[in-house]
Design a protein around this ligand. Sequence first.
Ligand SMILES: [Zn+2]
Length: 247
Amino acid sequence: MPANRSLAIVVRTVDVFETSLVATLFTRELGKVSALAKGGRRLKSPFQGGLDLLGVSDIVLLPKASEALDLLTEAAPLERFACLRRDLAALYAGYYIAELLTDLTDYHDPHPKLFDAARITLRHLGDASLRTRRVLRFELACLRELGHMPTLDRCAHCGEPVDVREAVAFGLATGGVLCPVCRPGQPHVVTLPARTIEAVRVLASPGSDWREIELAGSSLASIRQTVGAVISHVLGHRPRVWPLLGV
Ligand SMILES: [Zn+2]
């Protein structure tokens, strides 16, 4: 089979044998792949930093037939995010992005927009003032790109418009706001203030309004809990990195 070239973010590596490792890569063109990097642990590795966790590399992959692991033949480092080396909070946020890319996406299911969103988010995690918003935007980008974005103006159950100018019922399992008719009987329903729904809408939108919205401590906590609960529901468990993020 012909070799495949792609941009890749290294999201996980596991040591195997004496000198090799298996890298999980979220690639722009091929989606998530796992590949054997022979000699990847040698001091003079042929990959020369191209398999550093959370780095962006230009990779060449030799697909293997059937059950065998693909073979990584090249991984040239393209971009390293210096903020992840000097700022622990930024590093933990980076781990969270890697966890979402690893656990929310399927193998060989490309999502170039998600790749680009991850790269931009990693690049800017050093800015503490906007870090939480950037991580929220990335979580929402994952949900949108993978078909799990909650509805914010129409009932997730019947599709009727919902008045979100006041506190509104939100079904974590149903996938969005609920009208008063559908609310009874739905599992995992929370009541959210209108400003939380509006903030999620702005954070999920293109443009730069997300930088400007007022996010006081309590409303920010409410947004993080809500988006995090939707992510947990999709994953089937709480993200492992959460305790490190202080959510
Ligand atoms: Zn309804």
